[in-house]
Design a protein around this ligand. Structure first.
Ligand SMILES: CC(C)(COP(=O)(O)OP(=O)(O)OC[C@H]1O[C@@H](n2cnc3c(N)ncnc32)[C@H](O)[C@@H]1OP(=O)(O)O)[C@@H](O)C(=O)NCCC(=O)NCCS
Length: 391
């Protein structure tokens, strides 16, 4: 047993080292001297196959594991993180594992910790008779974020906490989209027309709207403060328009015609869009239908009321920089759109230009979206991350 945590030599931030050190002796009691199973080459080759890790990343992935295997302190740290996440009694699991660490330059370190959970998740799928191809498809998230790491650094690595989500599991990839257990976290109530099935989205009270019907950013002037009134017969408030803004005029819905279908706090499926092939409309629609069936069949106790997505891709003003018929606009048409409180252009810049902080004279100009987005920002246009709901 190694009683001394070797964190100092890994150049970890003091706060992270302190957090990890507090439970070190407990994890080291079960450290497998004969070798850590999830760092072995055979195990990792299986992970390469399951995640579909792209060819150029495979060698660095395996080399990184070899480096950890050969270093007792690194192996113990890997075991410690795995132990905290997957083995420790719940009192110790409060100690969160830092996801952005790259001890000794091991850029796949967090990926190995996430993938250590494979035996658990495999058993979980089998117990519930969930087809294993869904696990495999969901695990491709590791490949997606490995590519993202490369795009940003020119090196192969993978550190996003996101990659652990399918292993918990709280995220499933079903065709083109990913779906996460969640709740309706936005300040809106969603109504369904009892006959037509049409959706109406009403804002909560006390939110500041600017002149175009978006929520005010700090430097924008408020023209309306939302209100919401409810009686036994009707509700009156500020409703989302078909184009994803909020109407500046109040709307009244008769509760004889409309029923409340989803409110803040209700169970909802969060929709995510992995950076993969083009966002084909039919494949997205299929994915939503598949998700409806999937959650009802395998997680019947999860009584979800809606699909919820918040993203730069749902910004209704993208229509000024995309051609009619663009995949992104067709994707928006799957949802009833609404503005997001604090919806700003950070994610738009991050996803379109690769880095939200890049000055406009340095942003890439390869695609029409990059060129049009730069031009629109220079002309004073504001992009705003937005939301969408599907009942
Ligand atoms: C979602 C995604 C696949 C959509 O791409 P798509 O299907 O090509 O979208 P469209 O057909 O609407 O694209 C129209 C134009 O915008 C460009 N474009 C689309 N997304 C782009 C992006 N993220 N960066 C730069 N240009 C982009 C396309 O290349 C095309 O331009 P072109 O005709 O000059 O080639 C793509 O944006 C992507 O991979 N994003 C990363 C994942 C993401 O943003 N997830 C959401 C996180 S909340």
């Amino acid at each position: 047993m190694n009683p001394i945590p070797p964190f100092v030599s890994f150049d970890l931030e003091p706060a992270i080292a302190e957090r990890l050190a507090s439970t070190w002796t407990f994890s080291q009691a079960s450290y497998p001297e004969e070798g850590v199973y999830f760092l072995q080459e055979a195990y990792l080759r299986q992970m390469i196959e399951l995640t579909g890790l792209r060819a150029p990343a495979q060698k660095p992935f395996l080399a990184c594991a070899a480096q950890i295997r050969q270093d007792d302190a690194l192996s113990r740290l890997a075991w410690h993180c795995h132990w905290l996440l997957d083995v420790a009694p719940s009192e110790f699991r409060q100690v969160s594992v830092p996801w952005s660490i790259e001890p000794d330059g091991c850029r796949f370190f967090p990926a190995f910790i996430a993938l250590a959970r494979y035996p658990f998740i495999h058993a979980f799928y089998q117990e519930r008779a969930i087809p294993l191809n869904i696990l495999q498809e969901s695990m491709t998230v590791v490949d997606v974020w490995t590519q993202d790491y490369y795009d940003h650094t020119g090196q192969w690595g993978c550190f996003r906490e996101w990659i652990r989500m399918p292993m918990v599991p709280n995220l499933f990839r079903l065709g083109r989209l990913e779906f996460e257990f969640g709740s309706f976290t936005v300040p809106f109530r969603v109504y369904r027309h009892r006959e037509t099935g049409q959706t109406a989205v009403m804002a909560a009270e006390g939110l500041s709207l600017q002149a175009a019907g978006f929520f005010c950013q700090p430097d924008e002037s408020q023209v309306v403060m939302t209100t919401f009134e409810e009686s036994a017969q009707q509700v009156t408030g500020y409703a989302a328009t078909p184009t994803g803004r909020l109407s500046l005029q109040k709307t009244t819905l008769s509760l004889e015609e409309w029923e409340l279908a989803c409110k803040p706090g209700d169970a909802a499926i969060h929709v995510h869009i992995p950076a993969l092939a083009p966002l084909d409309h039919d494949r997205c629609q299929e994915a939503i239908q598949k998700a409806r069936r999937f959650f009802r069949r395998y997680f019947p106790a999860f009584d979800f009321k809606a699909f919820l997505c918040t993203s730069w891709l749902l910004d209704p003003s993208l229509d000024c920089v995309l051609p009619a018929g663009a995949n992104i606009l067709r994707f928006q048409s799957l949802f009833q759109l609404f503005p997001c409180v604090n919806g700003n252009d950070r994610q738009t810049r991050e996803r379109v230009f690769g880095d939200p902080a890049l000055p406009l004279d340095q942003v890439p100009q390869r695609t029409s979206l990059q060129r049009n987005t730069k031009k629109a920002i220079l002309e004073g246009h504001r992009f705003r991350g937005s939301g969408g709901v599907i009942l």
